[in-house]
Design a protein around this ligand. Sequence first.
Ligand code: GLC
Ligand code: GLC
Length: 827
Amino acid sequence: MTRFGYFDDDAREYVITRPDTPLPWINYLGSEDFFGIISNTAGGYAFYRDARLRRLTRYRYNNTPVDVGGRYLYVRDRETGEFWSPSWQPTRDDLGDYRCRHGLGYTIIGSTRAGMRVDTLYFVPLGQTLELWRTRITNQRDSSVGLSVFSAVEFCLWDALDDATNFQRNYSTGEVEVDASVVFHKTEYRERRNHFAYFACSERLVGFDTQRDAFLGPYRGWDRPVAVECGESANSIAHGWAPCGSHHVALTLAPGETREIRFILGYWENAIEAKFDPPGSQTIDKRSVHEVIARHLDPSSVDAALTALADHWSERLGTIQVSTPDEHTNRTVNIWNAYQCMVTFNLSRSASLFESGIGRGMGFRDSNQDLLGFVHMIPARARDRLLDLAATQLPSGGAFHQYQPLTKRGNDAVGSGFNDDPLWLILAVAAYVKETGDAGILDAAVPYENRPGSEAPVFEHLQRALQYTLERLGPHGLPRIGRADWNDCLNLNCFSETPGESFQTTENRQGGVAESVFIAGLFVLAAEELATIAERQGLGGVAAEYRSARSAMATAVRDHGWDGSWFRRAYDHAGNTVGSATNDEGRIYVEPQGMCVMAGIGLDDGRAVAALGSVSEHLATPHGIVLQQPAYTRYRVELGEISSYPPGYKENGGVFCHTNPWIVIAETLVGNGDRAFDYFLRINPSAREAISDLHRCEPYVYAQMIAGKDAVVPGEAKNSWLTGTAAWSLVAITQWILGLRPDHDGLRVDPCLPAAWNGFTARRTFRGARYHITVRKPAGVAGRVSHLVVDGHRIDGHLVPLAPEGADVTVEAFIGPDVYSIPHSRR
Ligand code: GLC
Ligand code: GLC
C-alpha cells in the first residue's frame, strides 16, 4: 500500500486510491478489433483497429491540465444544483472513497460525494466492436434525491492526424443523427466511409447534445459545461464544428436505492450497398446495429460478457502460474507482465500516453521480440503474426522497419536498412516452433514484400535473413549496421547537421561501412537457432554451414569486438571504436554485453564473466542498468541521435529497460542467480511501487526508460506500457531465473535461483499437457538442477520429455549436489 494505491492480487487488479497520481495511470480495453485507453480518471480514447485511421473519440495529448478527453459523466443534484464527476475528471472536485480498479481488460472507477456512491465499469465484450459502460448510483442519504446524469464524449473525425490539423475542412464536415437514446456520429458517411460510431444509453433521455460548443457553452471547458451547470441540455444537432455525444438522464432515487445506467460506445460498418435507409436517402441504415445495441444494453448480457472476459484472461494467464518466495515475481509472472505482453501484441508501439497512435505502425524487430512474451498464450495468433512479418521481408532478406496494421504493408517512409531487423525473425520463429512443435510453419508459403507470386517457404525467409547479414560484413568482418541496429539512435552512417531531419532515414554516407558488435552477437545467436532447425529438418549440411558461419562470426567478435574488459559496441564510419576504453565518452555499452553472452560468446574463456563484471562496475545503478557510460555530454555528428538526448535520458545513458533482461539472462548463463534476480527487481514495476513518487509511471507495468544516473532526476520513468521490456522481462524471469524453458524436445526445468530461495512451484501448460512442477533446493545448497523425478521416474539432467496432449505430469526438480546424483553405472 502506497499513498497512491495497492495490488489486489486475488482480484488481479491494481487499486488506485487517489485520482491525482503522478501521471495518469492507464489501462487498456479490448483485445481484438476495438480498443481503448482509459486512465484512472476516465481519460483516454477508443479506436477500431488503427489508432490513427479509425479513432472514435478525441484525446488531447500534451494538454493542460493533463489527460483531457475521455469517457465522462456528470452527476447533478437537481435540488441544489451541485454537480461533479464521479471519476474526478473533468470537474476535479473532492471525492470521498475514490477508487479506480484497473483489471484485466476492464476498469472500474468510483467515488462518493454528497451522499451519492457512483461506480462505473468500462470494458469491451469479447468479439464486439464496442465498449460498455455500466454505471451504478446508490443514494446513501436518508431522503430521496432527484439527479440528472450527463454523459459526454467528443468524437474524433476518424483520422487522428487530420483531425488535429485540418481545421479548414473539418469544421464543416461533422454530422450526426439522434435516434431515441442513441447518438450516431456519421462524419464522412455521406461519401466514402461505410462506418459510423454510436453512443447509446439504456435510459429514456430528457435531453441530449451533439454539438460540443452548445453543450459546453462559449469559452468553457469540460469542467463546467453550461448544460450541466443549468441542468438542461440544448438538444443540439452538430453541423460541422465539433460533434460530441451527451445523454441527459433524470433519476429519482429513494434512500438506499441503487440504479443502473448502461452506455455503449461502438463502431459499426454497413455493407456499401446498404448504407442508407431508405435507399437513396442520407439516413444511416440502422437495422443491423439496432440489434447489437439492444442486446448489449440488456443488463444480463453485461454480466455474461464480464464473466467471459474473466475466463478469457484466466485461460491465457493460466499457461504459466508460479508460486515463489517473492511477491513481486508472483504478481509479475502470474498477472501483470503477461497482461502487458498481450497489450504489446495488440498495439506494438502505436497507442499509449507516450505514443500518440499517429506515429508508428508495427515495428519489425519490436513485433518479433514482443512475440517471445505472448507466443505461449496465443500460439495461433502468434503464427499469423509471424506470417505477416515475413511477408514484409524484402527479397534481399532485409525487412521493412515497420508496417501498417490496417494494410499490413511495409511503410515506405521509414523503409528498410536497419540491419538487425531480419535476424529477429529467426529468434521469433524458433521460439514459436519450440513452444508449439509446429515445424510446419517452416513450409508455409509467404511472399516477399507482399508481392503475389513471390511466395517462398518461411524457412527460406529465415535463410535469407541470415544471408543478409553475411552479405553485409564490414572491414573487421563484423556486420555492417545500416541505418541503426537495435539501438535506433546509434546512426553511424548518417551525419546530420540539419535540425529536424530524421536521424534514421537520412543516409548521407552511401555504402556506410560502420559495423555493429551487437548484430554480430545477434547473428551468432540466430545462426545457432537456425542450424538447430535445419538439422531437425534433415538438412545436416545446411546446419554445418550455419555453425561454421557462427563460429567465424564469434571469432570476429573475439578479435575485433573485445576491448579487454568488455565487448565493444561498434566501429563508426571512419573505423573508430564506439564503446571502448579508448573513447572519452560512451566507453561501455550494455547491449553487446547482453547479446554476446546470450549468444554464448565468452562463456568458455572468461570473457563473459569479465564483461558482466564490467556491467556491474560501470553500468548498474539502483534504478537499473544504464545503456552506456559515460553519457555523451555534447552532440556528436558521427554518432547520430544518441547524443541528441541530454545525459541520462533514453539511449544516452538512460536505463533503457529493454536491455536489462538481457543482462539478467546472461547472469543466469554464468550461474549468478543472485545478481540476475537483483537486476530483475531493480526495474520491476511492483518492486518500485514504494517509490511511485519518483518513478511516476504505473507500478503494474514496465516502462521503456528510467532516467539514468546522469539525469536531473535519476529513477524517474517514462514511456510505460508499449516496450520490448515486457517480453524480455517475462522471458528472463520465467525461462532463465525460474528456468521453465520450452525446447524442441520437451520442457526444460533449469532454474538459476537466488541463494536465499528454497525453491518454488509452478504450473505450465506446454503442447497441450499440464506440468505441475516443484523445484526443491536442499537448504544452503546453490547450483543447478541435477535431476528430475517425472511422474515418479528419475531423469538425469533437466529436460522433461514431451507428454501426450491432455496429460497431467508431476515434475520434481532437485537442485545442487545430491547423494542420488551418482551416475547410474557406478551405483
Ligand atoms: C524503441 C524502439 C525499438 C528500439 C529501441 C532502442 O523501443 O521501439 O525498436 O530497439 O527503442 O532504440
Ligand atoms: C526509438 C528510440 C527513440 C528514437 C526512435 C527513433 O524509439 O527510443 O529515442 O527517437 O527510436 O526511431
